[in-house]
Design a binder for this molecule. Structure first.
Ligand code: CP3
Length: 352
């Protein structure tokens, strides 16, 4: 095919795919690629609390890099968590293993006390990890991703006090005290904008916003509560320096709304018909996803078949990044992850 450059570096391939420029084949990485499914991660994590590990620059750098050699992923994501910048706002958070908030936020006076900290002062180790990673990756020309939790997803945990099946306290706040939730989302949005821009300045070449829980909303509520935060973040990021990926879990019913956020890439899960997402994204956005992480338990041939199928199905979009629909799970087979990235390397250019 004409116009498709050969021998792209991994950095060029990812950045071009994000921006919808021609590539030799789709880039590949996996959400939660550094985690408990890797024995090497479990070893590095021994005898240290999760949040401590996120603050330990040497260990965080080590586990961020693990998937590169162990499973052949083609991008590195900062090892951290969406809750790392939250304690500096004045909220106590623990991990068991998911985030648990000592005092759930339910009242306006609690929210008015929240600080929007200068991120470089609040969590200097995050930017140190990024700087070291960027230096380590420069000669290999491997791209570095930064990330943040989306305001709605952070608010969901902060209001409930932790994960939840129905998020009924959060949904009650939406109907009984919308001004309280609005105030919380405003502060979180300001925090996320400052945090992601500081990550870009420290060396993140792409940034991803994780809205894991926005999919619990009806399309109307999504437009009222999630979309405005996405649009504000998209508008305020230094997008010339780093393209912006918007991930929404369980968002098959809000695809058009995801596209209205004006992100460079929409990241979709396996409940989304990839053909439909690619068609609607068209020339507006690239698409990332969307294999069910549980499918990585399949034999390598079957994983390779699914990778080819995803690449063909996503071809109508201006760009495609191979990824899962959600993160690797603690029981994800390492061989399955390797089969996934190996299959990506056998692909050619997209043929719409
Ligand atoms: O993708 C990566 O490899 C980078 C690291 C990363 C982690 N969390 C490390 C982590 C990223 C990008 C996240 C994002 C995150 N954290 C999200 C959004 C994405 C998603 O998965 O939906 C959410 C909702 C969280 C909150 C969170 N942190 C939960 C619910 C849990 C427990 C679930 C689990 O996997 O056990 C965590 C803990 C966590 N974050 C772990 C890791 C590697 C496990 C901690 C451990 O080692 O015990």
């Amino acid at each position: 095919m004409t116009g498709v450059p050969h021998e792209l570096s991994r950095t060029e391939r990812l950045l071009r795919a994000c921006r919808g420029e021609p590539v030799d084949r789709p880039p590949v990485w996996l959400m939660r690629q550094a985690g408990r499914y890797l024995p090497e991660y479990r070893r590095a994590r021994e005898g240290i609390a999760f949040l401590e590990m996120c603050r330990d620059v040497d260990r965080a750098v080590e586990v961020s890099l693990q998937p590169l050699t162990l499973v052949g992923t083609e991008a590195v994501i900062l090892f951290s968590d969406i809750f790392v910048p939250v304690p500096a706002m004045g909220v106590e958070v623990d991990f068991r293993p998911g985030p648990v908030v000592a005092e759930p936020l339910r009242r306006l006076d609690q929210i008015e006390r929240l600080r929007v900290p200068e991120p470089r002062e609040a969590v200097p180790f995050v930017f140190e990890i990024l700087r070291v990673l960027r230096q380590e990756l420069a000669s290999e020309r491997v791209p570095l991703l930064g990330f943040a939790g989306a305001p709605f997803t952070l608010a969901a945990y902060l209001v409930e006090g932790g994960g939840s099946r129905h998020f009924s306290a959060l949904k009650r706040m939406m109907v009984r005290a919308p001004e309280v939730l609005r105030a919380l989302l405003d502060r979180l949005t300001a925090m996320v904008v400052a945090y992601l821009n500081a990550q870009i300045e420290a060396g993140a070449q792409v940034v991803q916003l994780f809205d894991t829980w926005a999919g619990i909303l009806s399309p109307q509520d999504y437009r009222a509560w999630a979309l405005p935060t996405h649009r504000e973040i998209a508008a305020k990021l230094d997008r010339d320096a780093a393209p912006f990926i918007l991930y929404v879990n369980d968002g098959a019913h809000v695809l058009d709304e995801m596209l209205q956020a004006d992100a460079d890439v929409i990241s979709v899960d396996w409940r989304v018909d990839l053909a439909e997402a690619a068609r609607r994204a068209g020339s507006h956005a690239s698409v990332q996803g969307n294999l069910d992480p549980c499918a990585l338990a399949a034999p390598p041939d079957e994983i390779a078949r699914r990778v080819r199928e995803m690449a063909e199905t996503a071809a109508p979009a201006r760009g495609h990044i191979l990824n899962l629909g959600h993160g690797c799970l603690p029981d994800t087979p390492v061989e399955g992850v390797r089969a996934f990235t190996d299959a990506a390397r056998t692909l050619g250019p997209a043929r719409p």
